[in-house]
Design a binder for this molecule. Structure first.
Ligand code: FAD
Length: 306
């Protein structure tokens, strides 16, 4: 019988699972080449593995993933291990910054691989968007560069963010670095992966822009924290806050999972009254049975987190 909660594709996976259970191994056709992102061709599956985990592993193994990695072979270069990552990053970023300042989308995309990526988290699009290829990246910039006033681009050099040459595989090397930026609405962080070209130039394989804070809604941290004494009214105030007895929420978050809780916490930081609702009675009920069965925990009711 069909499970109404599982789509047709997953139904067939459920059937396959029982078929393969005897040998516990699924062999997929070998698809990985040094030019493609691939996944292991053999997945060892244990009968007790949770269905969701099984489905996600199976999908990883079979989904087409045509993205071609910029391997050294494909780029026609030899291993560039003698370069200074700081110099490479600084030179690329200065060209990028100049092109952004002049609102010259054509010059910006010249700094990218033809099939490079620009992933934006809120900063330029107020959304989570990925633009693939210079044609789409140019469209993004034509539409949003002037409107968002992207500026003040500066290399970040603190530990973990400083430019680094990373050799991911014998045939895949890139320079990764981070930069800070400002827009009309706030401050953000960018992450860039540069790959080498035969003419010693480096181009962006991918670039991420992520808005970290909003200028007009600073997080209430450090000196902006609520610093007045509550004089014994904390509990009462907290109850009013929870019950919304004196005000209405500005934002309603549906679902108190990881994402909902995180969104609500961030909104609280910037002073936006937020109510979270969930169809389950307790926070965490969504994952509790799954996690317990997956890790075979023998938790007594008194030890579970309430
Ligand atoms: C088996 C398993 C093991 C995992 N292990 C880990 C791990 O070890 N570490 C890790 O970081 N991640 C783990 N994950 C992933 C992690 O659980 C998810 O990434 C995370 O829960 C996603 O959070 P979310 O808020 O997007 O969705 P969810 O956690 O699914 O939250 C959605 C919430 O919305 C509620 N909801 C849904 N519909 C409605 C509605 N109509 N009205 C009201 N409420 C609604 C649900 O009850 C739920 O509380 C695991 C996932 C699975 C399946």
């Amino acid at each position: 019988m069909r499970d109404p909660g599982i789509c047709g594709k997953h139904q067939s996976i459920v059937r396959r699972r029982s078929r393969y259970r005897q040998r516990d191994v699924i062999t997929q056709p070998e698809t990985r080449t040094s030019y493609e992102i691939g996944y292991p061709s053999r997945l060892s599956l244990q009968p007790e593995v949770d269905l969701h985990t099984y489905i996600s592993l199976f999908r990883m193994a079979t989904d087409p993933f045509p993205q071609r990695l910029p391997t050294l072979d494909q780029l026609g270069v030899t291993d560039p291990s003698n370069v200074s990552p700081s110099e490479v990053a600084t030179e690329w970023l200065s060209g990028f910054s100049a092109a952004i300042t002049q609102i010259d989308a054509g010059a910006v995309v010249d700094l990218f691989l033809e099939d490079g990526f620009w992933k934006d988290v809120i900063a330029l699009t107020w959304d989570l968007r990925t633009f693939e290829g210079t044609k789409d990246i140019k469209k993004l910039l034509d539409a949003r560069l002037a409107a968002t006033d992207l500026r003040e681009i500066c290399l970040l050099e603190e530990p973990l963010r400083e430019p680094a040459l990373q050799r991911m595989f014998p045939d895949l090397t890139w320079v990764r670095f981070c930069f800070g930026f400002t827009t009309k609405h706030g401050k953000g962080t960018g992450v860039v992966y540069l790959v080498p070209f035969p003419d010693s130039k480096w181009k962006a394989y991918s670039l991420l822009t992520c808005l970290d804070s909003l200028t007009e809604f600073p997080e209430k941290v450090g000196p902006l924290r609520h610093n007045k004494a509550d004089h014994g009214t904390w509990e009462e105030n907290r109850l009013q806050e929870i019950e919304f007895s004196t005000n209405d929420p500005t934002v309603l978050v549906i679902g108190a999972g990881h994402s909902g809780l995180e969104v609500a916490a961030r909104l609280k930081y910037i002073g936006v009254p937020t109510l979270i609702i969930d169809k389950k009675p307790r926070v965490g009920d969504n994952v509790r049975p799954v996690s317990i069965s997956m890790f075979n925990c023998r938790l007594t009711e008194s030890r579970t987190v309430r």
